[in-house]
Design a protein around this ligand. Structure first.
Ligand code: B12
Length: 207
């Protein structure tokens, strides 16, 4: 097995120490940083994403795999130029105003990072104005909104309205959110889980 295949396997099994060692080994073997990310770290995270979607693994396994992926990223990232990291696009993500749930949002962030996006995570309880300010500052192509409470879903609508004059696509998700709701408020995409969020991001970038 090549070093990068071994790295992908180590990401899948969540072995952060091994991923770090293999990232260092791959660099000494002359692999390019972008190749290590794509064919080692992201390749492993993609497998985890598919397994998560198929209910073959659960949240803890995804978090452990993502931690392992980050251990490899930490080794390789300093060697990348900014432009290479941003290759795939920028996603700004946050949980809407009044809502403190962030486990699902963090999973979506990790999967997007794993797929090669630059993700700016604003955190939780983010008001529409704060989203707008961050859009101006970071110029993302996609904004991701998370809500876990039926009482805070309305903030998605408010945020959409606040962002309507910016050239961004808005993707929404969270347990109470549905495709129907996304259509009602005019969101560009809805995803029910983190792996689908990556697929939808790819579609939004291509559209
Ligand atoms: C953990 C949890 C908490 C934790 C949150 C910790 C944290 N750091 O996130 C704590 C204890 C703080 C909490 C507090 C509260 N909670 Co709570 N909480 C939960 C619980 C048990 C799990 C949520 C979770 O993390 N799920 C796991 C993740 C992986 O799933 P997920 O969030 O759905 O995310 C996935 C998808 O939805 C999607 N997704 C998520 N975000 C996004 C974003 C984008 C852009 C996309 C594309 C996709 C996407 O992808 C994710 C990964 O696959 C749920 C019950 C449940 N079964 O959902 C209740 C639940 C959401 N909570 C509830 C309530 C009522 C509250 C409180 C009001 C309780 C109280 N009385 O204080 C407070 C509210 C605090 C606040 N202002 O936000 C209710 C909501 C009811 C409703 N319909 O509105 C629930 C449903 C429990 C219940 N059955 O009553 N909670």
């Amino acid at each position: 097995m090549s070093t990068l295949q071994e790295m992908a396997e180590a990401v899948i099994s969540g072995n952060a120490k091994k991923v770090k060692e293999l990232a260092e080994k791959a660099l000494t073997e002359g692999f390019a940083p972008q190749g290590i990310i794509n064919d080692g770290l992201i390749a492993g995270m993609n497998v985890v994403g598919v397994r998560f979607k198929n209910n073959e693994v659960y949240v803890p396994e995804v978090l452990i795999a993502a931690r392992a992926m980050h251990a490899g990223m930490d080794v390789v990232k300093p060697l990348l130029t900014d432009s290479a990291i941003q290759d795939k696009g920028t996603v700004l993500i946050g949980t809407v105003k009044g809502d403190l749930h962030d486990i699902g949002k963090n999973l979506v962030r990790m999967m997007l990072e794993g797929a090669g996006y630059k993700v700016i995570d604003l955190g939780v309880d983010i008001a529409p104005d704060k989203f707008a300010q961050a859009v101006e500052e970071h110029q993302p192509q996609i904004v991701g909104l998370s809500a876990l409470l039926t009482t805070t879903m309305v903030q998605m609508k408010n945020t959409m309205e606040r962002l309507k004059d910016y050239p961004v696509k808005v993707m929404i998700g969270g347990a109470p959110v549905t495709q129907k709701f996304a259509d009602e408020i005019g969101a560009d995409a809805y995803a029910s889980d983190a792996a689908t969020a990556v697929e939808k991001a790819e579609q939004l970038m291509a559209s």
